[in-house]
Design a protein around this ligand. Sequence first.
Ligand SMILES: OC[C@@H]1[C@H](O)[C@H](O)[C@@H](O)CN1C(=S)Nc1ccc(F)cc1
Length: 395
Amino acid sequence: LDNGLALKPTMGWLHWERFMCNIDCDTDPNNCISERLYMQMADVMVKEGWKEAGYEYVCIDDCWPSHQRDAQGRLQADPKRFPGGIKKLADYIHSKGLKLGIYADVGDKTCAGYPGSLGYYEKDAQTFADWDVDLLKFDGCFMNRALLGEGYTNMSKALNNTGRPILYSCEWPLYEWPLKQPNYTAIRDTCNHWRNFDDVFDSWSSVKSILDWTAAHQDIIVPAAGPGGWNDPDMLVIGNFGLSHDQQESQMALWAIMASPLLMSNDLRDICPRSKELLQNKRIIDISQDSMGKQGYRTAKGNDFEVWERPLSKKRLAVAVLNKLEIGGPRGFDIGAAPGWKICGPQCNVTQILPQYKEMGVQTQQSKIIVSVNPSGTALLTVTPISSDFTRLHK
Ligand SMILES: OC[C@@H]1[C@H](O)[C@H](O)[C@@H](O)CN1C(=S)Nc1ccc(F)cc1
């Protein structure tokens, strides 16, 4: 969507996978969906280097509203859980130099049964603009599938008509695939990023299913990605409970290769240091945020390895090698066998980023570079060609 936003994949935090629809603030005040949760996350994001690393949007998901619209027909936050209201929360988030995201639904109700926006697109868009909201995640539940496109495009226009730049995150293709293959040109024209596939869960099988779906549909979805519009494979679940450290490295590496939004869903108030270091790894974030904005894709698969590659600016290439075998120990893979290796001519610089940082120095087309990859883990590297005139001029 050409609204000047999401020129790089959106980075931030989104409550859903970790906090879901926990509205019991009486017995669980620290984890319920309340203004306090987002204010505390914002505080931590500033204090603990998340903002500095690039994480900017603090996003509310489902279950924030009251079940009734107000007398003017406007959505309103649950008064007990958001006593200050959304505008005041946005002011607080902005005072921290961060941006606020909110959630609504194209149909009659949200997926959790709160008021939907069908019939209220203009009013809800104006309400969010009046509250100084910076992002809208627009879900697709309780909607006639044949009318999804109309709904998503009408809300896109409504947001634009408010005059406030609001990043528009859609679930249009996810809900349309069961009906027909979505038109990704229309989707890119309408949204800043779009969910294509099932909700992520805190498990390796969930992350694998998202990668398998993405690879199976890459010819259709990858060309649609670029500055202003991205494929959204859903939240980062790094820092929670279900992924081993190797699997966390796999999600971080492959979400960067896929040019995916980096929206964490975890508890930043209580996260293990290794996960924090991984999520704040500058070299991986640089791949994700690369200025050329071209999505990577799976280039090889075999012997229970997968190679995913992403073209980067300045003729560089990011290469990720995923070991899909979940038995045995670390296995060696020759990066020289990666399809993209042909860019290493006559020479190239190779830097390994995961599982640990290692400068591998100058290599040639014929180099044999064996990287060790743990079961369900990923090795992530960048390859930088050294052109011959460079070498001649810099002898
Ligand atoms: O209610 C909101 C929740 C999150 O926003 C997800 O990111 C959205 O994809 C939708 N969503 C949920 S749980 N959707 C949903 C998931 C499973 C299901 F059987 C019915 C609805």
